[in-house]
Design a protein around this ligand. Structure first.
Ligand SMILES: N[C@@H](CCC(=O)N[C@@H](CS)C(=O)NCC(=O)O)C(=O)O
Length: 215
């Protein structure tokens, strides 16, 4: 029963990898080197025609894509892992913010990292990035306000949305801004990074952060 995760360091695949670690299943990782644009090649397009990571091959041979669809599928198939709360109200809150980040924040990283895709004018890229980073900050402030626990989104404790917050909040070159304006996000991220299952995965992805895409 082995999953195969297609991903790259510090990318959205880190969220899926930490969820797999929380579940405690066997998995192997296939690196798709985003810095080398490996996601654009035909080999990877055969896995995910959208040419993005993450993608997850299940032990049954299905291919899953879309980070949140993958996380929700894992929760459904491994209900004992505690990825989402059983309590209906808490679960609804966890889903609300998971989907907010997936739909309102995650797409901004493409605009920040690949501004040339969003303007035909090569001289417009810094302006495009500036708008992306401004939207990024406005939307992260909403997540900050929504955090109820001392180091978890929910008052009732850990859920997979915490993992998603920890991973996505590291992007878009906000390392100076974030600690000042998002102290709850920072505390939550430190708690995720210290979880026994997540810690070794986090350490593999985050130790040698260098400037550039996905930073
Ligand atoms: N909606 C997708 C977004 C995936 C995504 O944008 N992945 C980034 C890495 S974090 C990627 O593969 N980017 C490469 C590219 O845009 O060429 C998901 O949630 O899985």
């Amino acid at each position: 029963m082995t999953y195969t995760l297609y991903g790259h360091r510090r990318s959205g695949s880190l969220a899926v990898e930490m969820a797999l670690a929380e579940i405690g299943v066997d998995y192997r990782v296939r690196d798709v080197d985003l810095e080398a644009e490996a996601q654009r090649g035909d080999d990877y397009a055969a896995v995910n025609p959208q040419r993005k990571v993450p993608a997850l091959l299940t032990p049954a041979g299905e291919t899953l894509t879309e980070s949140v669809a993958i996380l929700l599928t894992l929760d459904q198939r491994h209900p004992g892992a505690g990825l989402l709360p059983k309590d209906e109200t808490e679960r609804a809150r966890a889903l609300r913010w998971l989907l907010f980040i997936a739909t309102e924040i995650y797409p901004i990283v493409e605009i920040n990292d690949y501004p040339e895709r969003f303007s035909p004018d090569p001289e417009a890229t810094s302006g495009v990035q500036e708008i992306a980073r401004s939207l990024w900050r406005t939307r992260w402030r909403l997540v900050e306000e929504a955090i109820q626990g001392s180091h978890t989104l929910l008052g009732s404790g850990f859920c997979v949305t915490d993992i998603y917050i920890a991973v996505v909040s590291r992007w878009a070159q906000q390392d100076d801004w974030r600690p000042v304006h998002l102290p709850k996000v920072e505390a939550l991220t430190a708690a995720v990074a210290a979880r026994p299952a997540c810690a070794p995965v986090w350490a593999r992805h985050q130790p040698d952060v260098t400037p550039g895409r996905f930073t």
